[in-house]
Design a binder for this molecule. Structure first.
Ligand code: FAD
Length: 311
């Protein structure tokens, strides 16, 4: 039994989500190999070889992988794993992994197991359904299990301590189905939302985009990423990529501060696994208080500046 983890990386280093996927692989058992499909990605491969528990790294290095186009990476995964030599193919349940895994599962004619949060045995996994209101236990009878891993559900494997070997593969060519045109990346001095240790999120209660700026000093004090509810995003108070929840990003930071957010289940689906949840809401009946470790029933326009002051 050998698991292949398809690494998410930037050619120079591994994305933290890859370390979470390695932990899920360790829970499955057996050997753990990591595929680095990249361009000029020797450093990422070397980093993967250091990860505790990884025994082998497969490096497919070609210009076609420079931008992580799913069409090309999927072909490489199939070239490596098409012969059923791997019992499990693990992808991160991120935009990257979720773009590649279904292509691989379809070509292998197996049923993908999506967004697992626990490994019960090598063929049985838990995954949330109905926005996290129920947990399904699913058993796969397929010879190869194609799985996406909810990264917030698994601690990251140690980035060092491993002694895997790096094997260079002949890379498949460009699949010719997609071309990289450009990328517009939102620039921020703050940590990336899904990787941040603290997140300060605002909701419709912020009232408008200007008021949203009230949260910035708090985020500064806490070294936090900024997040938002969908209502706040839809109203134009905050950019789309800040949205936390079922249809936004799933986060599980050490500290999540929800301000002027009611706590609809679709929002909770994206943050309720946070280690410590703080809520500020003027409505004592707001459902957010049902998941909050610390709740403050107060007007946010008074409480937030006071909190910043106190910090
Ligand atoms: P509201 O529910 O309007 O709550 C605002 C809160 O602010 C209230 O509790 C109010 O008491 C408080 N407040 C107001 N003024 C103040 C003040 N001065 N001081 C303190 N508190 C104040 N939502 C998400 O967030 N993420 C998702 O990914 C998501 N996906 C969805 C997917 C689907 C299919 C559907 C149907 C909905 C989804 N939603 C999602 C929307 C979700 O149902 C809620 O509508 C949304 O989360 C509400 O956002 P909110 O809490 O900011 O707004």
């Amino acid at each position: 039994m050998t698991t292949l983890v398809i690494a998410e990386h930037d050619n120079a280093s591994l994305k933290p989500a890859t370390l979470n996927a390695v932990t899920a692989a360790a829970k499955i058992g057996g050997d753990i190999h990591v595929l680095i499909a990249g361009s000029g990605a020797q450093a990422a491969a070397d980093a993967a070889a250091q990860v505790a528990g990884v025994t082998k790294v497969l490096l497919a290095d070609a210009p076609a992988f420079a931008e992580g186009l799913a069409e090309n990476v999927a072909e490489q995964v199939l070239a490596v794993a098409g012969g059923n030599q791997y019992s499990h193919l693990l992808f991160t349940a991120t935009a990257y992994g979720k773009n590649i895994a279904p292509r691989v599962a379809a070509k292998l004619d197996v049923a993908q197991v999506s967004d697992i949060i626990a490994v019960e045995s090598p063929d049985t996994f838990q995954r949330p359904i109905y926005a996290g209101n129920a947990i399904a236990t699913v058993q796969s009878a397929d010879p190869v299990k194609v799985i996406t891993v909810r990264t917030t559900a698994f601690d990251g494997a140690a980035a060092t301590g491993g002694s895997g070997t790096v094997e260079t593969l002949s890379a498949v060519g460009d699949a010719g189905k997609a071309a990289f045109v450009g990328r517009e990346v939102a620039k921020s001095d703050r940590p990336e939302l899904t990787a941040a240790k603290a997140v300060v999120s605002g909701g419709r209660g912020m009232g408008n985009a200007d008021n949203f700026k009230l949260l910035e000093p708090l985020a500064d004090k806490l070294g936090a990423a900024m997040g938002a509810s969908r209502a706040a995003v839809d109203a134009g108070y905050a950019p789309n990529d800040w949205q936390v929840g079922q249809t936004g990003k799933i986060v599980a930071p050490q500290l999540y501060v929800a301000i002027g957010i009611s706590g609809a289940i679709q929002h909770l689906a994206g943050m309720k696994d946070s280690k410590v949840i703080v809520a500020i809401n003027k409505d004592a009946e707001a459902p957010i208080f049902g998941v909050a470790d610390y709740g403050l029933v107060a007007d946010l326009f008074t409480a937030v500046p006071e909190l910043v002051q106190a910090l």
